[in-house]
Design a protein around this ligand. Structure first.
Ligand SMILES: *Cc1c(COP(=O)(O)O)cnc(C)c1O
Length: 392
């Protein structure tokens, strides 16, 4: 027997907003429901905010977070670089004539064909974390510069990206001398402390450890290491607390300030940049009263835009345009599978068929992992530019 009491405590915004509702309804009238609405102005704002929070750090957007043409176009216009991991991701960049020089290929494990595809595309920076992978680069050694990925596990990150990839810090020395013997140029070190980090202490720890490793290696080296890639991990504001990226990055700024000024520092943000720029718009298509709960069936769910609730361990804030007495509710997606539930036991004012339910902060690792289960149409991505709208 379930106990009713609102165990899903994600942020839920309940307030009429006739202007916004009319805007979303007009989009649905034109394009259908469900939708993902990408606001270019928010992406531009986040990119600039991160640039100013990390002065001197070159930003490479992690394409896997949301591999969409319109998003790539904005990053390209802002002069950002791209972090890619596959030929498919490079193909997306080709359409915008992004030079391979403005990309880094960060997949530590590659087939020979993938290396050749990346070279043909023009990428020259590759990431490696073991000797097998270094050896694969020998035929191309005159054309590549390598970053060694180091593993730093983080318990505070939502998504661990150092479990599967990265060498232990003490393995770096052997890999550097092996690379030297193979005639491969190691440009520097990289790490990813994990996605959706709740504080910057892991970044700081990893920066300091990498700095020590690089300084030790550079003593008497003929080709000193001079690149440090601090990865991604910068958080999205899923709790809607008004996360301040400048404050989040303050400890990272101080750690970077102590590094030699001729080092080249780069970062690979994905989630922080794109999560807040996309809103999911869904429509209530069915109602039911089951087991003491008010059930709502939406036209998008965990096999679609909300797939990040499964793959990315994310919990997205929701918004409705209604107020009223809170009712213990279950919000489910459109497929016939019972795991297709977006919110279990959430206290929410009552909705009717045809009402809208919005998912906020839904740009990162959402559409990227959607399926076509039950052959239900996926949400169409609609591009808006809120600066242009308000200027009209
Ligand atoms: C996924 C990934 C990123 C992006 O991470 P975020 O936490 O979304 O910023 C960056 N670099 C690499 C190598 C990744 O795999």
């Amino acid at each position: 027997m379930n106990t009713i009491g609102g165990h899903d405590t994600r942020p839920l915004r309940c307030a009429p907003d006739s202007t916004l509702e009319a805007f979303y309804r007009a989009l649905i009238a034109q394009h259908g429901s469900p939708l993902l609405v990408f606001d270019k102005a928010i992406l531009r704002q986040k990119f600039r905010a991160l640039q100013s929070a990390l002065p001197g750090v070159e930003l490479y957007y992690a394409v896997k977070a949301h591999p969409d043409q319109h998003i790539i176009e904005v990053i390209n216009q802002l002069g950002g670089g791209f972090d890619v991991a596959s030929a498919g991701e490079m193909d997306l960049l080709l359409e915008h004539k992004v030079s391979g020089r403005r990309t880094i290929h960060t997949h530590p494990i590659k087939k020979d064909q993938e290396i050749r595809d990346a070279l043909r595309f023009g990428a020259t920076t590759f990431v490696v974390d073991n000797l097998h992978e270094l050896r694969k680069l020998v035929p191309y050694r005159s054309r590549v510069g390598v970053l060694l990925r180091v593993s730093f596990r983080s318990s505070s990150a939502k998504v661990d990206l150092s479990k599967k990839f990265g060498c232990a810090p003490n393995e770096v020395f052997d890999l550097v001398s092996n690379a030297e013997a193979l005639g491969i140029h190691i440009k520097g070190l990289s790490f990813h402390v994990g996605s959706q980090c709740l504080d910057a202490s892991k970044h700081v720890e990893a920066i300091n450890e990498c700095a020590n490793l690089i300084k030790t290696i550079n003593q008497g080296a003929s080709r000193p290491l001079s690149v440090l890639d601090i990865g991604g991990g910068f958080p999205a504001d899923y709790e809607l607390t008004g996360l301040d990226i400048d404050a989040f990055c303050a400890p990272i700024r101080s750690a970077l300030a102590s590094l030699p000024s001729d080092w080249h520092i780069i970062a690979e943000p994905g989630r922080y940049l794109i999560a807040p720029a996309v809103t999911s718009i869904t429509t209530v298509t069915g109602l039911s009263r089951r087991g003491g709960y008010q059930w709502y069936y939406l036209d998008d769910g965990v096999y679609g835009s909300f797939s990040g609730q499964i793959f990315d361990h994310a919990v997205y804030p929701l918004q409705i345009f209604k107020t009223g007495a809170p009712v213990a509710s279950i919000i489910a997606g459109p497929t016939c599978d019972s795991i297709d539930v977006i919110a279990e036991d959430i206290l929410m004012p009552e909705l009717e068929i045809g009402d809208l339910v919005m998912g906020l902060q839904m740009g990162a690792y959402t559409a990227a992992t959607k399926t076509r289960f039950n052959s239900i149409p996926d949400a169409k991505l609609i591009v808006v530019d809120s600066r242009e709208q308000s200027a009209k």
